[in-house]
Design a protein around this ligand. Structure first.
Ligand code: ADP
Ligand code: MG
Length: 254
C-alpha cells in the first residue's frame, strides 16, 4: 500500500475530532418533504450505512450534506462551521467528497487523468496529482489501465475509478451513493473490500448508501434507516436487520 495520506487534513493522527453533521435537516420540494428533520453525525474512520426504500430521501440528504441541495430547515456542520449555505466546491475543498448514483467518467480521457483532474481542481500541482492518481490506481488494482480511455473500462471498474476520484481530493469524509448498484455478488465483494479499506488507508469517515443488504451488513458499523424522509431506525447491522419497523418499511415498498 503506497498511498500517501500524510499530507493535508486527513493525515492519520490529525483527527481533531472532526465530524460531518446533519442537524434537523429538512428538505422540501413543493409539497413533498424529501428529508424530514434528520439528525446524523459522521465521524472520521467509521463506515455508516444509509438505507431505505426508493424515494426515502437518501440522495437528497447526501445532496444537503455536500452543498448540492440547500436545506429548507436545519443545517449541516463540518466541525464547528455551518456549511449548508456554502457551495459544493467549497465543501469539497474542505474535505467532503462524494460520488453520484449515476456518476460517469470522462470517457475519452485516460483513466489516470480522470482522477488527476479532481485533485488538480482542488489545487494540487499536475505532477503531484499524477503521482497521487497512480497510487490510487495501484490501490484499486487498476494501475495497468491508467493510460486507457476511461470509456472502455467495464462498468465495475468504472465505479471503482469513481471512488478513487473522490479519494483524490484527500477528503476527510466520503459519501458514496450506491457504488455497487447493478453489480453481481462477486463484483459486490470487490466493492466491499474497497469500501472497508477507505477508513484504514485514508482515515476518512464513509457514508454508504446501498441497496444491497449484504454489502451494507458486511461493511457498516452502524446504520441509519430513512423512510419517506424520516428516520425510522438506527443501530448496528444486527439491530436494524431485526427491527420490525424496518422490515415493514421494506415490505411495504416491495
Ligand atoms: N430536485 C427534486 N425535485 C423534486 N422532487 C425531488 C427532487 N429530488 C428528489 N425528489 C423527490 O424526493 C424524494 C426523495 O428522493 P431521493 O432523495 O432521490 O430518494 P432515494 O435516494 O432515497 O431513493 C423522492 O420522492 C423524489 O422524487
Ligand atoms: Mg438515491
Amino acid at each position: 500500500m503506497t498511498v500517501d495520506a500524510s499530507q493535508g487534513t486527513n493525515a492519520p493522527g490529525a483527527d481533531n475530532g472532526m465530524v460531518l453533521e446533519a442537524r434537523d435537516v429538512t428538505v422540501r420540494f413543493e409539497g413533498l418533504t424529501a428529508v424530514d428533520s434528520v439528525n446524523e453525525t459522521l465521524h472520521r474512520r467509521e463506515i455508516l450505512g444509509l438505507i431505505g426504500p426508493n424515494g426515502a430521501g437518501k440522495t437528497t440528504l447526501v445532496n444537503a450534506m455536500t452543498g448540492f441541495q440547500r436545506p429548507t430547515a436545519g443545517h449541516v456542520r463540518l466541525g464547528s462551521r455551518v456549511i449548508s449555505s456554502l457551495t459544493p466546491h467549497w465543501i469539497r475543498r474542505h474535505g467532503v467528497a462524494r460520488t453520484f448514483q449515476a456518476g460517469r467518467l470522462f470517457r475519452d480521457m485516460p483513466v489516470s487523468e480522470n482522477i488527476e483532474v479532481a485533485a488538480v481542481s482542488l489545487g494540487m500541482s499536475r505532477k503531484k496529482a499524477h503521482a497521487h492518481a497512480m497510487e490510487l490506481l495501484e490501490w484499486i488494482g487498476l494501475a495497468d489501465r491508467a493510460a486507457l480511455p476511461a470509456g472502455i473500462l467495464p462498468y465495475t471498474d468504472e465505479r471503482r475509478v469513481g471512488i478513487a476520484r473522490a479519494l483524490a481530493q484527500k477528503p476527510q469524509f466520503v459519501l458514496l451513493d450506491e457504488p455497487a448498484a447493478g453489480m453481481s455478488d462477486l463484483e459486490c465483494d470487490d466493492i466491499m473490500h474497497v469500501v472497508r479499506e477507505i477508513p484504514k488507508q485514508f482515515g476518512c469517515g464513509v457514508l454508504l448508501i446501498e441497496h444491497n443488504m449484504r454489502v451494507i451488513m458486511g461493511v457498516c458499523e452502524r446504520i441509519h434507516v430513512l423512510d419517506s424522509g424520516k428516520t425510522i431506525s438506527r443501530g448496528t447491522p444486527a439491530e436494524v436487520q431485526k427491527d420490525p419497523v424496518v422490515i415493514k418499511a421494506y415490505l411495504g415498498h416491495e
